[in-house]
Design a protein around this ligand. Sequence first.
Ligand SMILES: [Zn+2]
Ligand SMILES: [Zn+2]
Length: 387
Amino acid sequence: MPVRNRLGELHDEITAWRQDIHRHPELMFDTHRTSAFVAAKLKGFGCDEVATGIGRTGVVGVIRGRQTGSGKVIGLRADMDALPIQESTGAVHASQVPGAMHACGHDGHTAMLLGAAKYLAETRNFDGTAVVIFQPAEEGGGGGNEMCQDGMMERFGIQEIYGMHNWPGLPVGSFAIRPGPFFASADQFYITFRGRGGHAAKPHETIDPVIIASHAIVAMQSIVSRNADPVDQLVVSVTSIETSSNADNVIPQEVRLKGTARALRPEVRDLAERRVVEISEATAAVFGGTAEARYNRGYPVMVNSEAQTAFAAEVARGISGDCAEAPLVMGGEDFAYMLQERPGAYILVGNGETAPVHNPEYDFNDEAIPAGCSWWVEIAEARMPLA
Ligand SMILES: [Zn+2]
Ligand SMILES: [Zn+2]
């Protein structure tokens, strides 16, 4: 795998950054230490501009090439936040924060993009401007959306945007990508069924919300199996059930459900929203109760642009000799918002045989650093070649 000598030399230093960030995980928008760490490094590399506080705790670094006549501006984005999971890797660099850990490898993403920024600031072998973006709150907080809402794309003149995620099970040094819809929309629903509570031995005097909720949960299974076209991808999962009573001899007043819906096309997403609400309300009515269904739209479908995906795959092939077709992913990804604003592409980089992400045994594989850094550097240099 051709990795530039200089990036090979930086491997140990980037690994040390990665493990430092790993020891100090921060959740959602509270990436204060990590953001300060990133901003200090970017200033140290000699970035032309370092902006903090974008989308609350996001950081942006601007690196101008030795030529800028092309007028091209490419955004390269990493995420910085950790997860509320207690780490059990036993690694020497394990989390020092109880109940928080980098279980999705965003420590690795941040370190790899910092490594690329150091290289690009040293060499500047491109005609245009590279904008390195470090976002908070990828894990459900919409930090990428907040950076966009803050006017980041306009402020830095970003024309195209690229992102990357490590992928356990994909060999180190290899890549996978696909054009079009790639990661699913990720919505949440919250339903409260109300009946009339009473003595469990006198069910005829009650309107039992447990029965209503049970029927509704079963009926919701027909959204995927009978409402959606079988060639479409859709997930509808009820993930939490809670009643207003905790006794074995009480029929409760209320049952509350939580769940999630994932789709890869807007029409299928609309269908899921409509049917979750219809089934809840109609089922409650059948049994004489009521339903209050709240459907919250989370991350949109993440769609890779055709041309930028082809280019990203070509760059990956130049590094590893191959680039696999990635599977569709029903997980959500906050980078979707940036791809709604600008054309671009999101790629998976092999993390080897590690535990799956979001698992307490997961640890980013530092052997993946050279391939990831090379891809970032090549994206900037090959998309903005010197005249
Ligand atoms: Zn994650
Ligand atoms: Zn992640």
